[in-house]
Write a protein that binds this ligand. Structure first.
Ligand SMILES: Nc1ncnc2c1ncn2[C@@H]1O[C@H](COP(=O)(O)OP(=O)(O)OP(=O)(O)O)[C@@H](O)[C@H]1O
Length: 289
């Protein structure tokens, strides 16, 4: 059974497009990346799944249950870090986290201390005295406090310094190893590439690709660079694009059977060859163009 199943979900805010006919599944134990530029519909999708807003059409299930009908029940096992956090400014971090934990059964005090220590969050400080990054940390602790089975992270690293980002990623990986499924929304491709198994790309409210990160790289074009006294035109065959020649170096992009390129190179006398996978960033830009 999939942890999340989204079927033809559409949301219009009046006449404004939120998302359009979005369908995908997230399996148990995955770290699923959801990437797209500003305004693509990432937050809208998450808010619909949490039934904070309602769809225009389509439906979705979490843990096999309808998101709207079983919203309160489902949310007990969900952790959510929104892209922007807003709190009661006058409260102490500790009081806010205790208040938040009180919505869930059990005692979460030990967990609160454990997570705050890890994220270097001072529990005695008032929210109004915290920097943007430290407020984000409150959101992270709050989202994980009740040991959720599914975690929604919406642009989680904005405001965190590189050291904290690394700690945060380690924390998410640890949670995932313990069985937590993670839905990770971001427009920062590097972090999606580092953390996620599978990724969906959303553009202007529609999903344009869903695949394993490795497949995305494998089935995409390769970057080929050959050094030597060669005539670039010998690489002008189907599958080759962006062919460039400069100072004894031929460079091009290739999509197709790599053996064709290898055989062509073997016919020549070359001094160096590199064949590279594109980065997720390059693939992403390719889709957006
Ligand atoms: N409350 C709202 N009223 C009207 N339009 C909205 C509302 N919320 C979102 N939208 C529109 O829906 C579209 C998707 O927005 P959404 O916030 O889901 O995108 P996003 O991918 O999360 O972007 P970002 O990375 O900037 O947060 C945008 O065009 C946005 O302007």
């Amino acid at each position: 059974m999939s942890v999340i199943e989204v079927n033809h979900l559409t949301k219009y805010y009046g006449k404004a497009r939120g998302i359009n006919d979005v369908s995908f599944k997230v399996e148990d134990g995955e770290i699923f990346g959801f990437i797209g530029p500003n305004g693509a519909g990432k937050s809208t999708t998450i808010r619909l799944l949490l039934s904070l807003i309602y769809p225009t059409s389509g439906d979705a299930t979490i843990f096999g249950k309808d998101c709207i009908k079983y919203g309160p029940e489902i949310r007990k096992d969900i952790g959510y870090l929104p892209s922007e956090v807003f709190y009661y400014d006058r409260m102490k971090v500790k009081d806010l986290l205790n208040y938040s934990a009180s919505f869930y059964p059990g005692d979460h005090t030990a967990r609160m201390h454990e997570l705050s220590e890890l994220m270097e969050l001072e529990l005695e400080r008032k929210i109004e005295d915290l920097s943007y990054g430290n407020r984000k940390k409150v959101g992270i602790v709050q989202g994980l406090l009740h040991r959720p089975k599914l975690l929604f992270l919406d642009e989680p690293t904005s405001g965190l310094d590189p050291l904290m980002q690394r700690k945060f990623f380690d924390l998410i990986r640890d949670e995932n190893k313990k069985g937590v499924t993670v839905f990770f929304s971001s427009h920062i491709l590097g972090e999606v590439q580092r953390l996620c198994n599978r990724v969906a790309i959303i553009k202007e409210g529609r999903i344009i690709e869903i695949d394993d990160i490795r497949n995305l790289q494998k089935d995409n074009y390769k970057k080929v660079q050959v050094t030597g006294e060669i005539d670039a035109s010998c690489f002008d065959f189907p599958g080759v694009t962006s062919l460039e020649h400069m100072d004894g170096l031929v460079r091009f992009l290739y999509k197709g059977d790599i053996n064709v390129v290898m055989r062509k190179i073997a016919e020549k006398t070359v001094s160096d060859v590199t064949i590279e996978e594109p980065t997720l960033e390059e693939i992403f830009m390719h889709y957006y163009e």
